[in-house]
Design a protein around this ligand. Structure first.
Ligand code: UT7
Length: 327
């Protein structure tokens, strides 16, 4: 029997403040009709006051640990996937370790933008299969709202805040993570980026004046590459595992745009009842979108023992990734 990693618990958390498309109509030149038609988003959640990424991580992690029935002290490794951590240093994973009291864990952050959670899943899976760690807490968490230009209608309507978490444990048998697939094309780094605040453009009055500390996106160019890339990605992932799309119980896609999600589902011949969708309520929560959606379908009982579940994402880098799981 091969050693695999199995998801033994899922959890998620979104902040309480709701920002609707109608609220945004009052801030920028946009409309509920445009946002709904072009993206599928109706509202998103936004942090308040001093709430930061590690706070969202903590709530999602507590839910996942409870579902897996393990104590924080049993965790060997914490990975937080984020592009919007509390601060550049230390890692948000270290801050989460303190808040959770997971004193026996190693901790680090991983940034692969919207594909981050699946990159993290692959890293965790390989640590477990290689025998380095037995119990890994993986959290995808973002506070996008603090990195959005609330004067730029082409980006500020798209994103939201939230966190999702999974506990992965070593297990023998045919159930668990079957494969992960990671890709990147850095030549198109400028399709989605946040140019200010790093070593290239350190914070200055110029970076603030030129609004470089906010997410920039070439939306339409990204859209076209995303549709093409994801269609090939999901077909290749199933082929490599000799699984037919008719055998898939659930597709859990990154939640960037309902039109992209529908195109991928159509390519697979999957009815939308077998696709996890929550961007209408949360918008694009970047690396948090897949674990939040996964937690929802698990808790709704839409994923059962032995089911095939396909996860896929596309985002800045450019990066894209997938994972096939036998639940
Ligand atoms: O999560 C990481 C990966 N991200 C993605 O995969 C996102 C991919 N891209 C998209 O989802 C879509 O491209 C968007 C939703 C971002 C944009 O939709 P689009 O159909 O590609 O629209 P567009 O950018 O081509 O803009 C069409 C029009 C433009 O006006 P003109 O030039 O035709 O007069 C924009 O100025 O819509 C205008 N526009 C808006 N109008 C009202 C752009 N944003 C808005 C807005 N409200 N918020």
């Amino acid at each position: 029997m091969p050693l695999r990693s199995k998801i033994t618990g899922t959890g998620s958390y979104v902040p309480g403040t709701v920002l609707t498309n109608f609220d945004l109509e009052k801030k920028v030149d946009t409309s509920d009709e445009w946002i709904t038609e072009r993206t599928g988003i109706k509202e998103r959640r936004i942090v308040k006051g001093t709430e930061a990424t590690s706070d969202l991580c903590l709530e999602a992690a507590k839910n996942a640990l409870q579902a897996a029935d393990i104590k924080p002290s049993e965790i060997d490794l914490i990975i937080v996937t984020t592009m919007s951590g509390d601060m550049p240093m230390p890692s948000t994973a270290s801050l989460l370790q303190k808040k959770l009291g997971a004193k026996n864990a190693a901790a680090f952050d991983l940034n692969a933008a919207c594909s981050g959670f699946l990159y993290g899943l692959s890293v965790a899976d390989n640590f477990i299969k290689g025998g380095t760690f037995k119990k890994v807490l993986l959290v995808g968490a973002e506070v996008m709202s603090r990195f959005l230009d609330w004067k730029d209608r082409s980006t500020c309507v798209l994103f939201g805040d939230g966190a999702g978490a999974v506990v992965l444990e070593a297990a023998k048998g045919k159930r668990g993570i079957l494969s992960t697939h990671l890709y990147s094309d850095g030549s198109q780094w400028d399709f989605i980026c946040l140019p200010g605040g790093g070593s290239l453009n350190p914070p200055s009055s110029k970076t603030i004046k030129e609004r470089m500390h906010f997410v920039k996106m070439k939306g339409n160019e990204t859209f076209k590459v995303a549709v093409r890339t994801l269609e090939k990605l999901v077909i290749d992932t199933l082929k490599q595992n000799r699984v037919k799309s008719s055998e898939l119980a659930m597709l859990v896609p990154h939640q960037a745009n309902l039109r992209i999600i529908k195109a991928t589902a159509e390519r697979l011949g999957l009815p939308m009842s077998r696709v996890a969708v929550n961007l209408d309520r949360y918008g694009n929560t970047s690396s948090a979108s897949i674990p939040i959606a996964l937690d929802e379908v698990v808790r709704e009982g839409r994923v059962k023992k032995d089911d095939y579940v396909l996860l896929e994402a596309f985002g800045a880098g450019l990066t894209w990734a997938s994972a096939l799981i036998r639940w």
